[in-house]
Each structure stands twice: as structure tokens, then as C-alpha cells.
Design a binder for this molecule. Structure first.
Ligand code: NDP
Length: 328
């Protein structure tokens, strides 16, 4: 059967992209054929759609690291036609044709059952960015972070991971300090639940310091590099910072003093290759006790026509909140 997919091609410095008709026979081998209801836009998709060979080695390619939809057919006994399923991470949208498409075919080992309590729309409002925010909060709580112990900083706060982290932490009664480069979005961040908004420079000036005044119990860092270096010396004793992204850089410079004198922790967050059971547990959690009704207001649904513009905005660091893609 023919379907539409967003195909990106790279030739030298030229990048072209358009929705094109494909045949199911052209999809990669896999156990489960899925009719995609929605995908979502993540920073990694913007990189893949921009010809980044660190994310996608071979073009033409269909990006989209997230998908929710209905099983059309399955060669794996664990799934049947009609099942509602979610796929995020592993190789989807990287070097396997991804969710910016009306159909995907993937290994059964990547497929998660969509919880009853999570609509297809909500699943992709969360998407990889939101699940990563949830995984970050989970890591902090497992490290002993709790609402009464002090404020939690969130960097890249208007972005996908950051905005969901602000909303989730605030729902869980944390006092959230949002760090953003977009001054004009301060009120938006306060509406999400941030108690205070600070600018990037307020925090970055402390980069390179061994120790600084301990202001934050914890932080969800989504941008990496110098930001992580600047957050570590500002953590309170036994505090922790999670790191998941690299928009601001990949190198972190830190003194050992905050680690050995304040017992702070730097916690890595991976949403891509973690075991399927851990992914399913996060899905079930956001469908239940961590459900976020406010997420719909932070999410912009786009159709096929707006995808190129949103990918360009995300690449430029100008995205706000989450973007759900309807490919149909
Ligand atoms: P978005 O593009 O939605 O958000 C990123 C935000 O970072 C921007 O909106 C902006 O927020 C801020 N920002 C942009 N450029 C800079 C800069 N140069 N310095 C400081 N801050 C900057 O991306 P996502 O939220 O989807 O992803 C964030 C990061 O997390 C990416 O690097 C992504 O690859 C990574 N990631 C990792 C995952 C994992 O499994 N480890 C999973 C998902 C994402 P503001 O203007 O408010 O400061």
C-alpha cells in the first residue's frame, strides 16, 4: 500500500526534503508494521533533517524518533493487528526510517504497548523529550531529591525536555527555577509552574569556579557543556544534576571539590537504548501518577506542511514547548 513519508536527501551541501509517496515494500525489514497516528519533533530530528551524519549516516532518509499508532500486522506473537502502540528511541528515525511517515516497520523489541490512560495525542505530546524529562526527574528522586529540600533548576526551560521538566517538577510540588535564553517567554514559564525565571548568563558566569554559593538542591540540565560546569558548583550538599543534552557543548569542566566536599552527583540520562521494560515503566507512570493535563497547552500540533519550519526553529534553538506531528 502507498503512503506518505517526509524524505530528506543530502547531496554535498545541498539538503532537500519533501513528503513523498512510498510503498510498504520499501520500508526496512521488521516484525511490526504500524500505521502512524502521530509523531513529535525532537532536537535529534532537527539534526537528522539537517544532514547531520552523527545522527543519520545514509540519505535519503525519513527522520522521526517518535511514533504512536495502530499495528497493521505483526510477525511477533506479542502484537496483533489493532493494538495501539508507541515506539521511541532505539534506532527509529536515526538510521531506520522514522515516524515522520504514515507507516513504519520496526523490530518487535522496540514496540511498547500504549497504556489505556494515555491518549495517542498525549503520548506524542510527551514524546522522547517528555519521557527524557520524566527519566531525569526519576533519576533525581532516586538520588534522594525531594520537594522540601530546596529549589530545582531547569535549563533550556522553554525547549521540549526543559518545558516538560518544569511542568512535571512543579506538579510534584518542587520549587522550580527555570533558566532560559528567551526573556520574552518568562510569563509562559511562570504559567507552567516556575517560581522564578533566570537568564543564561545568571548561571553561566559561575562556569569554571570550583565552588560557589549553594543555591540549588538539584538541576535538570538539558543543554550540556558550560551550563553543567556552571551548575555543579552551585549545588547544595548531597545535591544532584542530570545531564541529557549537548546543544550548548559536549565538554564539562568541573573541580572535584563539589563532589568531595558537598557530595553532589552528576547523573546521566539516556532515553534511547535503555531496556524496553524501563521505557514501558515510564510510559505507564506518565499515564498515571505523573499525568500532566497541562501538557496539551504546551503542545502545538502541526500537519505535514509546517514540519520543515518547525524543524528549522528547533535547530536554531527557537522552539517553544512540544510539537506533535500529524502525518495524515
Ligand atoms: P529543544 O530544541 O526543544 O530545546 C532546547 C533548548 O535549549 C532551547 O529551546 C533553548 O531553550 C536552549 N538552548 C538552545 N541553544 C542553547 C545554547 N547554545 N546554550 C544554552 N541553551 C540553549 O531540544 P530538546 O528539549 O528536544 O532536547 C534538548 C537536548 O536534550 C538536546 O541536546 C537533545 O539532543 C537532548 N536529548 C537527549 C536525550 C537523551 O536520551 N539523552 C533525549 C531527548 C533529548 P531556552 O531558550 O529556554 O534557553
Amino acid at each position: 500500500m502507498a503512503f506518505l513519508a517526509y524524505r530528506v536527501d543530502v547531496s554535498g551541501r545541498d539538503i532537500t526534503a519533501s513528503w513523498q509517496e512510498r510503498e510498504e515494500g520499501e520500508l526496512p525489514a521488521g516484525d511490526v508494521l504500524i500505521e502512524v497516528s502521530y509523531s513529535s519533533v525532537n532536537y535529534k530530528d532537527a539534526l537528522s533533517a539537517n544532514g547531520n551524519k552523527g545522527v543519520t549516516k545514509e540519505y535519503p532518509h525519513t527522520p522521526g524518533i517518535d511514533a504512536v499508532g495502530t499495528v497493521v500486522s505483526s510477525e511477533d506473537a506479542g502484537f496483533s493487528a489493532g493494538d495501539k502502540v508507541v515506539v521511541f528511541g532505539y534506532d527509529l528515525g536515526m538510521n531506520t526510517e522514522g515516524g515522520f511517515s504514515q507507516r513504519i516497520r520496526v523490530p518487535a523489541a522496540w514496540v511498547l504497548k500504549k497504556p489505556e490512560g494515555l491518549s495517542e495525542e498525549d503520548a506524542m505530546a510527551w514524546g522522547t523529550a517528555g519521557f527524557t524529562a520524566a527519566l531525569s526527574v526519576q533519576k533525581l528522586e532516586r538520588a534522594g531529591v525531594s520537594p522540601e529540600k530546596g529549589p530545582v533548576l531547569v535549563s533550556g526551560a522553554t525547549g521540549g525536555v526543559g518545558s516538560v521538566a518544569v511542568a512535571l517538577l512543579s506538579k510534584l510540588s518542587y520549587s522550580v527555577v527555570a533558566l532560559s535564553g528567551k526573556e520574552e517567554k518568562n510569563a509562559w514559564l511562570t504559567d507552567l509552574g516556575a517560581k522564578k525565571v533566570v537568564g543564561r548568563d545568571d548561571v553561566l558566569t559561575l562556569k569554571g569556579k570550583a565552588m560557589a554559593k549553594p543555591i540549588y538542591q538539584a538541576a535538570v540540565d538539558t543543554v550540556g557543556g558550560d551550563m553543567v560546569s556552571a551548575i555543579i558548583p552551585q549545588l547544595m550538599p548531597e545535591g544532584a544534576v542530570t545531564t541529557c543534552g549537548m546543544i550548548a557543548g559536549v565538554k564539562v569542566e568541573a573541580s572535584v571539590f563539589p563532589f568531595i566536599l558537598r557530595g553532589v552527583s552528576l547523573l546521566g540520562v539516556d532515553s534511547v537504548e535503555i531496556p524496553r521494560a524501563d521505557k514501558q515503566a515510564v510510559l505507564d507512570k506518565v499515564a498515571g501518577e505523573w499525568s500532566l493535563p497541562a501538557l496539551e497547552n504546551m503542545t502545538t500540533e502541526i500537519g505535514r506542511d509546517r514540519l520543515p519550519d518547525v524543524l528549522a526553529a528547533i535547530l536554531a534553538g527557537k522552539g517553544v514547548g512540544r510539537y506533535r506531528v500529524n502525518p495524515n
